[in-house]
Design a protein. Structure first.
Length: 245
């Protein structure tokens, strides 16, 4: 049987999901590759993978998609690894760099700036990692993923996008979900879902074998991240897609 090509994000937040995907029986059914969120989305759209952990924002651009299983990258409030970083308060920001690795966080930030914060800075789409050196003075920057932990130690003001969304809507936020373009076999989805759940039972072990001196990983996995795609998260996701459409 031909293996199902699965694309996952190479961030610390996916370690619990990867843990299960590396175990049998699912590891014998899949071919696992990793990249940053925007790239995984491109891979799925271009049929380079069959199933991907993709940014929610990309769903509105797909004519057909299927959300696979009951797990995601989400938060009930503060996410810690997705924020707008600045040296000045929101009202003084004149320019904002957008993280090239992101789709969903970019869309969320644009919504927050316009509808919640009421600011209209110059927007610059970053093309590589060099933009982070420009986060100074009245220039702010969106940084996501593991690099956000580094930026937390450098910037004075941190505007956490998960917290901001929760404050406005009262809903949790979903950054990424498992998506396929074509319907996958139900028996595979069941095994895949069980593999996702497995790692969540081994958080302490995952923390013990993962080095990250920049942030307390146990707190990150158990407090900031919320992996189960429950009804409230589905409501939050639907609300977000409606607002950015």
């Amino acid at each position: 049987m031909e293996k199902i090509r699965v694309g996952i994000v190479n961030y610390l937040n996916t370690r619990p999901l990867i843990y299960g995907l590396l175990q049998p029986p699912v590891n014998e059914l899949i071919e696992l590759t990793g990249d940053y969120p925007a790239r995984v989305a491109e891979q799925l759209i271009n049929d380079e993978i069959d199933l991907g952990l993709v940014p929610v924002a990309v769903l509105q651009k797909m004519p057909e998609y299927h959300i696979v299983g009951n797990y995601c990258i989400g938060t009930e409030g503060e996410i810690a690894s997705v924020a707008l970083f600045s040296e000045v308060p929101l009202s003084e920001i004149r320019k904002v760099y957008l993280d090239y690795q992101s789709r969903t966080s970019v869309a969320l930030l644009k919504y927050l700036m316009k509808e919640s914060w009421g600011i209209n800075p110059e927007i610059v789409q970053a093309e590589n990692e060099n933009y982070r050196a420009e986060i100074r003075g009245t220039t702010a920057g969106l940084v996501i993923g593991d690099r956000a932990f580094e930026q937390r130690r450098q910037s004075t003001f941190i505007y956490d996008l998960g917290s901001e969304w929760r404050a406005i809507t009262g809903l949790p936020f979903v950054f990424a979900v498992w998506v396929s373009k074509k319907k996958l076999p139900e028996d595979f989805i069941k095994v895949f879902d069980e593999a996702n759940a497995l790692g969540l039972s081994f958080i302490d072990e995952i923390v013990a074998e993962t080095e990250n001196p920049l942030y307390e990983l146990k707190k990150y996995y158990k407090l900031h991240l919320s992996y189960h795609l429950d009804d409230q998260k589905r409501k939050g996701m639907a609300r977000f897609l409606e607002l950015i459409s």
